[in-house]
Design a protein around this ligand. Structure first.
Ligand code: ADP
Length: 461
């Protein structure tokens, strides 16, 4: 079995951190065959030195590279997060494009390729993660690398017209054609990318390399370790933290939201919908409390700072208007929680409110389902614009832009009887179990292996 090489912007060895499901699953795949995990160390050096660190655990080598402060500003904070992130989430209005950061993004990818090429052995399968590294395959091919190269895009891919509106899109999105396999979260993302390649080729904006077939594109919805998460929720059920939360509610129902503080998550609209629910329906519900956990993210970017201020304003406004001395409708918490505590909180919530305006997948939706007690589960209200909506058939789907519609859906969800809640939950849980994170890694690598074989047949024929 040939080795696996994983490349991601950040390398998180599981023994070094409180690892999430993705890290654990990728690491397990690496340990199956042995291999290398390569990426940025997370360190920005003032003097511009780019030291490389090697660490080994069993048959897996972790290789990380420092970047200079200027590189991090251009490649990571700049082009990845201010340009690509909004563009890929359909938000051209928030795209900050600069030629300088674009150049640095390309240079850092070239430098990663330079270093990575020295680590590769013939036959190694290379699996690259996400939007920070779109041009990496082209850079590796330019250095003579002939290994199977695959990309998984964790975020959405927008409709062709939006993708083609990004200045110099050919050098980032067009460059994705250099992969053998490109995996997406949903069929929609996959179709959008196929249409992009077709349109950009037809209009002469990109030229596919003669003699190399275009990449195989397929959807591989990412997931969580559902059984492990359910166990964490069961363990947390009787814990002091969860009991404390329940006691503090004094018998009223809990709705929970857990989102990084990001404009793609639709937090402003969620608060507005909750406020509208209180206005329209509060008489019927006996004081529903929304616990919104929203750790601050990318605080250096203006649009994120503005969002934070806006949320503080709206939460204050809604609480001022509806609270009474015994009850605060929105509990807005910016801190990080441990996974078990989080699992316990999900389990204590009668409603999960997951309403992004656009999201590649959304793992919070899956965690909420996995954490429910199957005998008395809560209801998931889920945005149609989250990739997870394709799989969680038991969720109540909503349009997050429709504030009144979401307000009414909250009311309807609270009124669901136990039988319907159990049926909905069972349906979502079934697909979560069938396609969990271990299925995801196996399905992706199977597709890459199949593609590798057909490619070598094509070249030898
Ligand atoms: P994104 O990757 O865009 O942030 P996802 O919903 O796919 O969105 O994944 C977010 C992950 O981060 C989930 O596993 C979630 O449990 C975790 N998470 C989010 N907020 C917190 C928090 N405050 N404390 C701990 N974990 C969190």
């Amino acid at each position: 079995m040939s080795r696996l090489v994983i490349v991601s912007n950040r390398v998180a060895a599981p023994q070094q951190s409180r690892a999430g499901g993705l890290v654990v699953a990728l690491d397990a795949a690496l340990r199956d065959t042995g291999g290398v995990w390569f990426g940025w160390s997370g360190k920005a050096t003032r003097d511009g030195t780019q030291a490389v660190q090697h660490a080994r655990a069993g048959n897996v080598e972790y290789v990380t590279m420092d970047l200079s402060e200027a590189d991090v500003a251009g490649y990571y904070d700049g082009f990845s997060n201010r340009t690509l992130w909004p563009a890929l989430h359909y938000r051209l209005d928030l795209v900050e494009y600069s030629r300088e950061t674009h150049v640095v993004y390309r240079q850092v990818n070239a430098r990663f390729a330079e270093r990575l090429a020295t680590l590769l052995r013939p036959g190694d399968r290379v699996w690259i993660q996400d939007y920070h590294l779109l041009p990496l395959a082209g850079e590796l091919r330019a250095r003579g690398v002939d290994n199977p190269l695959a990309l998984f895009l964790h975020v959405p891919f927008p409709p062709s017209d939006l993708a083609r509106a990004l200045p110099n899109h050919a050098s980032v999105f067009g460059a994705m054609a250099a992969y053998d396999l490109v995996g997406f979260q949903t069929r929609r993302d996959c179709e959008n990318f196929d249409a992009y390649l077709r349109d950009a080729t037809d209009s002469g904006e990109i030229a596919l390399r003669a003699g190399r077939p275009p990449p195989l594109t397929r959807a591989f919805p990412i997931s969580i370790d559902a059984d492990e998460f359910a166990q964490a929720a069961r363990r947390a059920r009787g814990s002091a933290g969860v009991r404390g939360l329940r006691d503090s509610l004094g018998g009223s129902a809990l709705a929970i939201g857990v989102d990084r503080l990001d404009y793609s998550k639709g937090l402003v609209e969620k608060f507005q919908a909750f406020g509208e629910f209180l206005r329209r329906h509060s008489g019927n519900t006996g004081g529903l409390t929304l616990l919104q956990v929203a750790p601050v993210s990318r605080g250096g970017v203006r649009s994120y700072r503005e969002l934070r201020h806006e949320l503080e304003r709206i939460a204050g406004h809604i609480n001022g208007r509806h609270a009474d001395p015994q009850w605060t409708p929105i509990r807005y918490v910016n801190r990080n929680l441990g996974r078990q505590t989080l699992a316990g909180y999900y389990g204590a919530a009668r409603l999960g409110l997951v309403t992004p305006l656009r999201d590649g997948m959304n793992l919070v939706a899956k965690e909420y389902v996995a954490a429910q007690d199957p005998d008395d589960p809560g209801v998931l209200l889920l945005s149609r614009f989250a990739g997870a909506a394709d799989q969680l058939g038991g969720a109540m789907l909503v349009n997050p832009y429709d504030i009144g519609g979401v307000a009414d859906a909250i009311d309807a969800a609270l009124r669901l009887g136990a039988d319907e809640r159990r049926e909905r939950h069972a349906e979502s849980l079934r697909s979560l179990r069938e396609q969990d994170i271990h299925w995801w890694t196996a399905a992706f690598l199977d597709a890459l292996d199949a593609r590798g074989t057909s490619r070598s047949r094509a070249t030898t024929a």
